[in-house]
Design a protein around this ligand. Structure first.
Ligand SMILES: NC(=O)c1ccc[n+]([C@@H]2O[C@H](COP(=O)([O-])OP(=O)(O)OC[C@H]3O[C@@H](n4cnc5c(N)ncnc54)[C@H](OP(=O)(O)O)[C@@H]3O)[C@@H](O)[C@H]2O)c1
Length: 294
């Protein structure tokens, strides 16, 4: 068996098309959705992420602003920019790109973002509203995983989903969303982590596997149930000789794609699976912020 590929790039393209249509309607009312980024330091991955998100804004007709700050920015200076973005009427939503340099207090920054502009859904106010289904914004990567499943015909309702990884940005909010009595939810959820013991024991029971570990190609085909659906959130750089790839690395997920593909019914690739969906959900949250203001 060779699994169907769940094409996150194509599905996110559909969503962006829908967002662009809604943006046109808002612009007709004189409102342009605006997404802001605060980027501290020179981390190349963070720069790339912010650039990609900025491009995505352009593609759907949003206005975007990036405030770049030097690596030695003080906490006070950073907080000043957060306040400025909170108050800026042209910014519907914004995010402070993480991780921050070690000397900065991430928690203080996240808690200072106005919940009405918290399009990453990291502020504890928004996180706390998730279980009740009364959230303003959906956390981007978990929401992207659910949207991918729904739009490719794998509604999680009634299925057993095993998530590996319990981070506060992926695994845990995803478990919350999937277990809600709401569309995109109604799943039975098992949340595994580094202390779960025999992972294969849990994975073999999963109708849907979600890997969010940060460990290259850790889940192999012989660890999963035949016919399951595999969503690979992991993005890992693996070094390869420059003759193979001029960058000197390639991106792989947390799932060993070739072996899992032989066992699963459907699987997401890395790259081109969950990654583009995360950006699409960020745009969706920004649109929602602008619509709420309207
Ligand atoms: N595509 C996207 O848009 C997107 C977005 C976010 C993250 N990611 C990627 O997703 C991956 C996970 O990110 P994250 O921020 O959630 O990572 P994280 O904060 O490092 O969390 C990793 C989780 O994996 C668990 N884990 C580690 N080793 C394990 C093992 N051997 N067996 C079982 N569980 C294990 C950890 O368990 P403990 O809690 O016990 O330590 C932890 O809960 C990374 O590759 C990241 O780059 C992708």
């Amino acid at each position: 068996m060779s699994a169907k590929i769940i094409d996150g790039k194509a599905i996110s393209g559909q969503i962006k098309g829908e967002i662009a249509e809604e943006t046109k309607k808002l612009k007709g009312k004189g409102i342009v959705p605006g997404l802001g980024f605060i980027l501290v330091g020179d981390d190349p991955a963070s720069r790339t992420y912010v650039r990609m998100k900025g491009k995505a804004c352009e593609a759907v007709g949003f206005h975007s602003v990036t405030q770049k700050l030097p690596p030695d920015t003080t906490q006070a200076e950073l907080m000043k920019w957060v306040t400025q973005f909170n108050l800026d009427p042209d910014i519907s939503g914004f995010l402070v790109q993480l991780p921050l340099p070690d000397h900065l207090d991430e928690t203080e920054v996240i808690e200072a973002v106005d919940p009405n502009k918290d399009v990453d859904c990291f502020n504890p106010y928004n996180v706390g509203r998730l279980p009740s289904g009364r959230e303003a914004f959906a956390p981007c990567t978990p929401a992207g995983v659910i949207e991918l499943l729904m739009r490719s015909g794998y509604d999680p309702a009634g299925r057993h989903v095993v998530i590996v990884g319990r981070s506060s940005i992926v695994g845990r909010p995803l478990a919350t969303l999937l277990s809600r009595k709401a569309p995109g939810g109604n799943a039975t959820v098992t949340l595994c982590h580094s202390r779960s013991g025999d992972l294969t024991y849990f994975l073999k029971q999963a109708d849907i596997v979600v890997a969010a570990i940060g460990s290259p190609e850790m889940i192999h085909g012989d660890m999963i149930k035949p016919g399951c659906v595999v969503i690979d959130v992991g993005v890992n750089r693996v070094e390869v000789p420059k003759e193979v790839n001029e960058k000197g690395y390639r991106l792989v997920g947390d799932v060993h794609f070739d072996s899992a593909r032989e066992v699963a019914e459907a699987i997401t690739p890395v790259p081109g699976g969950v990654g583009p969906m995360t950006i699409a959900m960020l745009l969706k949250n920004t649109l929602r912020a602008a619509q709420r203001k309207a």
